[in-house]
Design a binder for this molecule. Structure first.
Ligand SMILES: C[S@@+](CC[C@H](N)C(=O)[O-])C[C@H]1O[C@@H](n2cnc3c(N)ncnc32)[C@H](O)[C@@H]1O
Length: 280
């Protein structure tokens, strides 16, 4: 069988309601198994003969995809901002909308400023690693409750050639975390989906990320309530809290932060309410 025949076959197999672009995903899986780039896929599609082992591997991955596993998780990589991350089922796959947090943070400090940053819920390391490359004199503490997530962040620090002591990885539950210092920036893409909705999203194969990365308590707002209290204690005066939130949570979050902070809110590129920049 040639690449193109397998491509047609897998594209058909992936034609399911929860898969937006079956052809693109078929090509990604084939490139991954053959270890070739997309441009080579186009050049080789009518020429290269596939082995039985390669056909079986691609088909097996496509079947896993049909069970609801994400494509990034199957090929173990995902781009975020200008870095590439190793990802597995144990971390949230970094989302393009989270890049807004980076865009909002870059203008807040000078590139060479000595700043103390805390990330809450580091996951694969997407946010902290990009910030480490942009703010050359930043010291970053990055916490996560998941030991597996922290080991993946560590792999990504090495993969992206980031100085190992730039990011201090801390295994901690945010609700019990009591640092010994204050920060110039507290940044987070916390779990923010109401518990019941998470169950539905997983059941309908819309997401396959770890529940702990998604569920923000009964109303999806527990992390924001804690962030406010935490910011009052551990944010330096004039420091910033930058965070992502879910659709329709803007007004509730404004109420949570009340008048203790200066508040600005932002939409993502799709025009959905998505992030806050809060200053003490
Ligand atoms: C939505 S994910 C964000 C991951 C990553 N920062 C990103 O944007 O791709 C939330 C992260 O918070 C972590 N988390 C969940 N509950 C936590 C808690 N109580 N304390 C610390 N981290 C927690 C999860 O393990 C997960 O890695």
């Amino acid at each position: 069988m040639k690449i193109n025949e397998l491509y047609q076959q897998i594209s058909l197999l992936l034609q399911k309601s929860f898969i937006d672009n079956p052809k693109n995903e078929a090509a990604i899986l084939i490139c991954f198994v053959l270890n070739i780039e997309k441009k080579d896929f186009i050049l080789l599609q009518n020429e290269r003969q596939l082995t039985n082992k390669q056909i079986k591997q691609v088909t097996k991955l496509a079947k896993e995809r049909l069970k609801g596993r994400s494509i990034a998780e199957l090929i173990n990589k995902k781009d975020f901002y200008d870095l590439e991350f190793f990802v597995t089922k144990d971390v949230l796959i970094p989302r393009p909308e989270t890049e807004l947090l980076i865009e909002l943070t870059l203008p807040l400090f000078k590139k060479d400023q000595e700043i103390d940053i805390l990330e809450i819920g580091v996951g694969s390391g997407a946010i902290s690693l990009v910030l480490a490359t942009k703010f050359i004199n930043a010291k970053i503490d990055a916490i996560d409750i998941s030991k597996k997530a922290l080991s993946i962040t560590k792999i990504n620090i090495i993969k992206n050639n980031i100085q190992i002591d730039k990011i201090n990885l801390i295994k901690s539950d945010f609700f019990k975390f009591s640092p010994k210092k204050q920060y110039d920036l507290i940044i987070s893409n916390p779990p923010y989906i109401p518990q019941k909705e998470v169950e539905n999203l997983i059941k309908n194969k819309i997401v396959s990320d770890p529940k702990i990365a998604l569920a923000g308590g009964k109303d999806g707002l527990v992390f924001y309530k804690k962030l406010k209290e935490f910011g009052l204690k551990f944010l330096k005066s004039s420091g910033f809290i930058v965070f992502e939130h879910g659709i329709g949570q803007r007004e509730d979050i404004k109420n949570i932060f009340g008048n203790d902070f200066k508040i600005e809110c932002f939409d993502d590129l799709a025009g959905i309410d998505r992030a806050f920049v809060i200053q003490k």
